[in-house]
Ligand binder design. Structure first.
Ligand SMILES: Cc1cc2nc3c(=O)[nH]c(=O)nc-3n(C[C@H](O)[C@H](O)[C@H](O)COP(=O)(O)OP(=O)(O)OC[C@H]3O[C@@H](n4cnc5c(N)ncnc54)[C@H](O)[C@@H]3O)c2cc1C
Length: 516
């Protein structure tokens, strides 16, 4: 009997059944987390480099790995270095600078065409942290001016739909050297810092994405880089080093693949959306009450986070104002809000409309911040590798540049000591974790370790406390034909309308206990 020819539909079905079978087998072997990583890679059209649980790739034979093609811009870069740092953010740049200054041969790799081009955001720089981590860079920080304005006004706005309570501190006390805080755009700061690492002797390789950490017998011995940052060209190059410094930021794709960190959870990631608005410098100074080239940083609570636990901020740059708003990824998903709606809501508030009148949008983007803090810090030291900054969850709320620079300084000291002993094993590098644990940045993370759990347990605490404050302030400011005792009762009643007093007091006491 003649065999029936398979219809195109039947062939497609068989193909899918086979593919599903292969995926199920892979899931059983590698576990669901690894499958997710594998699928992510597949949907991006790239061959997954390694799946956790499978044998890690061995370095390719010398003749295969060291043959850059004629048109490959890396061909002038040697195959071997003392240290390879990947990620030219505050963590990677600080580490590269400090190590190069000590005379080590450092290769700094950044996937953006220039450092900072993949970054968003305004950032506050704390001069005292710079004096702690990189004191010799501080004179250049002021002479070369990679920052925007000296912050002399710090405010907190507690907003509801129709009321604002404003608290702040400002004045010439903040306008005296060495100053307290500076505002900066990461897109200017990161290239400036990478430039300092290069001046100190490091080699910068921009526009190359590290695809994987190369291991030999479980020990990191280098990285595999790809020039096609977004699509993956398949034309890779292997670069070797005694130590690999992992500073890839909040999306730990490579370090997860290497088995160094877990994939972040939606409950412990805050998604910030940011828009930057151009305005003439004198108009910025006038609207925010900052004389000359002084600036303001304003923390915003309540209304911007639409009932979720989240915050916002306003940064003044030289010729622009940046507005960030963020909330937990999990919270946004549950509320069915997309990041753009979140920001548009804020821009429509009367306080923001006045601030932004006549401005022009020059930047819009979104970025994650790791929020789990101390509880999710992974093992920082591995054979031949150390993990810094956001990749290691070393971030306290929004302030991540401080722990990033502090971790880089501790890691640089440990790597230098390991180099002198010629021991790059986990044991040889372990002083990184020890040095870091003695710093103020680490102790601060530890003190705040219950904050993430507190926020998950009380998902409306920001909203309720701001609304209660605004209700009390509004009721207190209103005057009626009444005695002062009647006025006090009226204020109390308006607060009770927000939430039962027992709940507000309990949450306030708990917040003080967890030192949030
Ligand atoms: C909106 C917003 C506002 C913020 N405000 C402040 C603030 O005021 N003060 C503060 O202290 N912190 C602030 N932060 C947090 C701060 O920006 C981060 O904590 C800090 O930048 C972390 O530094 P990092 O070097 O670890 O990572 P990043 O700065 O993220 O740098 C990582 C770098 O690695 C590169 N990279 C990633 N993957 C690869 C790869 N595979 N190969 C090569 N390169 C790679 C990236 O392109 C990037 O340049 C803010 C964050 C956001 C989102």
């Amino acid at each position: 009997m003649a065999r029936r020819r398979a219809t195109p539909k039947g062939r497609r079905k068989r193909k899918w059944r086979k593919a599903a079978g292969r995926l199920a087998l892979r899931a059983a072997k590698a576990g669901a987390g690894a499958l997710l990583a594998y699928l992510t890679e597949r949907t991006r059209g790239r061959r997954p480099a390694a799946v956790a649980g499978q044998a890690e790739p061995e370095p390719r034979p010398a003749e295969a790995r060291a043959q850059p093609k004629e048109d490959d811009p890396t061909r002038t870069i040697p195959n071997r270095h003392d240290v390879v740092v990947f990620g030219a953010g505050p963590a990677g740049n600080t580490a590269a600078y400090l190590l190069a200054r000590k005379g080590l041969d450092v290769l700094l790799i950044e996937r953006g065409p220039v450092p900072g081009s993949k970054s968003i955001g305004g950032a506050s720089l704390y001069v005292q942290t710079w004096l702690w981590a990189v004191p010799e860079l501080v004179p250049a920080l002021f002479e070369e001016h990679p920052y925007e304005r000296v912050i002399t006004r710090q405010e907190f706005w507690f907003l509801t739909e129709d009321c604002m309570v404003n608290m702040g501190v400002s004045g010439p006390a903040f306008a005296r050297p060495p100053y307290n805080r500076l505002s900066a755009l990461k897109s200017r700061l990161d290239p400036w810092m990478a430039g300092k690492a290069v001046q100190a002797g490091a080699t910068l390789l921009s526009g190359y994405r590290v695809d994987q950490v190369i291991k030999n017998g479980g020990r990191a011995v280098g990285v595999r880089v790809d020039h096609e940052v977004d699509t993956g060209s398949g034309k890779t190059r292997d670069l070797f080093a005694d130590v690999v410094v992992v500073a890839e930021g909040v999306n730990p794709i490579v370090s997860h693949r290497a088995g160094y960190v877990k994939l972040p959870k939606a409950t412990t990631q805050t998604l910030y959306v940011k828009e930057t608005f151009a305005l003439p410098p004198e108009e910025i100074s006038r609207r925010l009450g900052c004389p000359g080239d002084e600036g303001a940083v304003i923390g915003i609570y309540g209304y911007p986070s639409a009932g979720l636990n989240g915050t916002g901020s306003i940064y003044t740059n030289r010729e622009s104002i940046g507005i960030n708003v963020g909330a937990s990824v999990d919270g946004l998903a549950k509320a069915g809000l997309n990041p753009n709606q979140f920001l548009e809501r804020v821009k429509a508030h009367p306080s923001f409309r006045r601030l932004l009148e006549g401005s022009k949008t020059i930047e819009y983007s979104a970025h994650l911040i790791p929020d789990a803090g101390f509880n999710d810090v992974p093992k920082l030291v591995h054979d031949g590798a150390v993990i810094l900054g956001d990749t290691a969850c070393l971030c306290n709320g929004i302030y991540g540049i401080v722990p990033a620079m502090v971790s880089a300084s501790a890691a640089a000291e440990a790597i230098f000591a390991a180099k002198e002993r010629g021991d790059f094993s986990r044991k040889g590098l372990k002083s990184y974790a020890e040095l870091l644990s003695r710093t103020f940045a680490w102790r601060d993370l530890r003190i705040n370790r219950m904050a993430a759990g507190f926020l998950q347990k009380h998902p409306r605490v920001f909203d309720l406390s701001t609304s209660a404050l605004a209700a009390a302030a509004h009721a207190g400011a209103m005057s009626y034909a009444e005695t002062s005792r009647q006025r006090r009762w009226r204020i109390l009643r308006s607060v009770r309308r927000v939430a039962p007093l027992s709940r507000l007091l309990r949450e306030a006491a708990e917040a003080a206990w967890v030192e949030y």
